[in-house]
Design a protein around this ligand. Structure first.
Ligand SMILES: Cc1cc2nc3c(=O)[nH]c(=O)nc-3n(C[C@H](O)[C@H](O)[C@H](O)COP(=O)(O)O)c2cc1C
Length: 214
């Protein structure tokens, strides 16, 4: 068993904010020595709804080649970082639909003992960011997962101010779909911390297995 941490970043994004955060998390995790898979869950909205918003339509087209997650990605991963824009203070239907396909892995116990964390964005300044992350983490409790929130474990967290996960205020306008340095820094810290904790758990499992077999 290798101590290389495998991280799956599984997210939904309509207008690109989530894609930017996922990209930053993936980059930082790879720099921290993890193997990373970035997966965007399937769109569920009708094409007419997508086409009614030019930013959504453009982002939908631009990300059409990002692979959708499979159950095998979850089985493969030591750590999973989920991301969803807030939808009325809750997880998007698109991400939730994927989570709801995980039942077979839940039944076989394969969701347990992995490390999980989450990120979000909202159209207003706070707008349900923390409730969205807590709603996401409800499911992780049912998995028997190990939630690794960023807390205030780094000075950057006093800047973005969300101890539950990375979050961004996605302002409607020309900047929609981009993130600023505060969010980028929070995403990087979350990625590195998640990889570090997952690595410590993996090393611990390897060492205790070696002791049992000695
Ligand atoms: C159905 C729906 C519900 C939303 N609910 C909220 C909300 O409760 N609070 C908020 O601030 N923004 C809300 N928004 C705005 C989105 O959260 C925002 O557009 C999103 O964070 C942008 O992320 P993305 O670029 O990754 O799609 C909502 C948007 C939609 C379409």
């Amino acid at each position: 068993m290798s101590d290389l941490v495998k991280l799956a970043v599984i997210y939904y994004s309509a207008t690109g904010t989530g894609t930017q955060i996922a990209t930053e998390i993936a980059r930082a995790a790879e720099e921290a020595g993890a193997e990373v898979r970035v997966r965007k869950v399937a769109e569920l909205a009708p094409q007419a709804a997508i086409d009614s918003n030019p930013v959504w339509a453009a982002h939908h087209a631009a990300t059409k080649d990002v692979p959708a997650p499979t159950l095998a990605d979850i089985t493969w991963a030591d750590a999973v970082i989920f991301g969803s824009p807030t939808r009325f203070g809750n997880v998007s239907a698109q991400l939730k639909q994927f989570i709801d396909t995980l039942s077979p892995l839940w039944q076989s116990g394969e969701l347990a003992d992995k490390v999980y964390s989450g990120f979000t964005s909202s159209g207003t300044r706070h707008g349900g960011q923390e409730t969205t992350l807590i709603a996401l983490y409800n499911s992780i409790h049912h998995f028997g997962g190990i939630i690794v929130p960023p807390g205030y474990t780094d000075p950057v967290k006093y800047v973005d101010g969300n101890p539950y996960g990375t979050s961004h205020h996605a302002v409607w306008g020309p900047e929609l779909g981009s993130i600023d340095d505060d969010t980028r820094n929070a995403a990087r810290h979350q990625a590195v911390r998640t990889v570090r904790i997952a690595r410590a758990l993996k090393l611990g499992a390897i060492r205790s297995a070696a002791q049992v077999n000695a």
